[in-house]
Design a protein around this ligand. Structure first.
Ligand code: HEC
Ligand code: HEC
Ligand code: HEC
Length: 271
């Protein structure tokens, strides 16, 4: 009774209270429709653990890692071949949003130690212990990756079709995926534009007075600017191909990390 009053009052006041009210309503819907498998706290019930072919999944690690759109799609349409059947017949659109609001209140603390351990067990054969992918497996160097946390998680969950990067959704729990993704982001190289400036002065300035004085070459060069090239392509144009000769091999002594610092400086000066 008291609960019903609170929900009603909540609905009549400001948007923030509305969100509180909808999360409360979501809690009830969750209790009725989801908790039997996913557990009231999102940590999977005994029943959920025993399901075949795939157990129910821990929902506590989704708030920071999976887009609302994806949650909505999974809840409405289910996951084929599993006990996660479509819920669009049991819940209306507003009810699904309320359940999502409730799931997003589940929070957990990222465990970097676990992330490191699981990364080394599951990913390092291809991506290397340092994430630089010097393994001959054709994997991507993760220390220069510019994916957002959610994009990294999406890649871990579903992989990249047609490559050796297979989806790991059934191999890893959501908490593991959250920990690994955060660990992978911590491995990232932090480019330093000040170091980049020093490299520019010592290596490039004899031929290019300033970053904005660099002229791109090749097709459509006059229509393209440095700002429009992504880091990968810019690095290719500086350290590889014809520029090795144009620069009289000055660029050959640059390391991968030097190139990242340099690119950070070029970006800062040519926005
Ligand atoms: C009968 C058991 C059962 C019920 C009830 C159930 N689920 Fe599931 N759910 C599962 C299973 C099993 C999976 C994992 C399927 C897989 O591994 O592909 C799953 C997966 C999910 C996922 C995807 C998680 C991920 O990491 O990809 C979400 C989100 C989800 N359920 C939400 C819900 C919500 C919300 C409800 C209630 C409206 C609900 N489920 C009710 C069994 C259930
Ligand atoms: C069997 C080898 C293999 C394993 C194991 C593997 N990967 Fe990959 N990964 C790849 C390959 C190959 C690519 C490049 C795919 C492409 O060309 O888009 C890739 C790409 C990625 C990317 C995209 C990076 C970007 O910037 O586009 C991420 C993120 C990633 N992997 C993370 C992981 C994580 C985390 C694990 C462990 C849970 C893992 N991978 C395990 C081979 C692997
Ligand atoms: C010995 C002279 C020389 C040095 C040293 C040199 N460059 Fe160049 N670079 C050139 C010439 C010549 C071109 C052709 C365009 C032009 O004439 O401006 C060029 C073109 C470029 C381009 C465009 C390439 C393309 O494919 O569009 C970039 C980017 C560039 N240089 C960056 C650098 C950076 C960064 C450094 C320092 C690490 C550097 N250059 C050092 C001579 C040099």
């Amino acid at each position: 009774m008291l609960k019903a009053v609170v929900v009603m009052v909540g609905c009549m006041v400001l948007p923030t209270s509305y969100a509180v009210a909808s999360a409360m309503h979501g809690k009830e819907l969750y209790e009725q429709n989801c908790a039997s498998c996913h557990g009231m706290d999102g940590k999977v019930s005994e029943l959920g653990k025993a399901l075949k072919p795939f157990p129910a999944r821990d929902l506590t690690a989704l708030a920071a890692t999976v887009d609302r759109d994806e949650l909505r799609r999974i809840i409405a349409y289910g996951i084929k071949g599993t006990d996660m059947v479509p819920k669009k017949y049991d819940l209306d659109a507003a009810g699904i949003e309320d359940v999502i609001d409730y799931i997003l209140t589940f929070k957990r603390k990222v465990d970097m130690k676990n992330g490191k351990k699981r990364f080394e067990q599951v990913c390092a054969t291809c991506h290397g212990v340092d994430g630089r992918a010097k393994t001959g497996m054709g994997a991507k160097n993760l220390v220069y990756s510019d994916l957002t946390l959610k994009e990294t998680v999406h890649t871990i969950r579903y992989g990249r079709p047609g490559t050796k990067m297979s989806g790991k959704r059934h191999q890893l729990s959501n908490p593991d995926i959250e920990d690994i993704a955060n660990y992978v982001h911590e491995l990232r190289f932090k480019a330093d534009a000040n170091k980049g400036e020093k490299i520019f002065v010592s290596t490039c300035k004899t031929c290019h007075a300033s970053p904005s004085a660099i002229r791109l070459v090749g097709n459509r060069a006059h229509q393209t600017t440095i700002a429009e090239l992504n880091d990968y392509v810019l690095d290719l144009r500086i350290r590889h191909g014809r520029h090795i000769h144009l620069s009289r091999k000055a660029v050959k002594k640059l390391s991968e990390d030097d190139a990242q610092d340099l690119i950070a400086y070029l970006r800062q000066e040519t926005q």
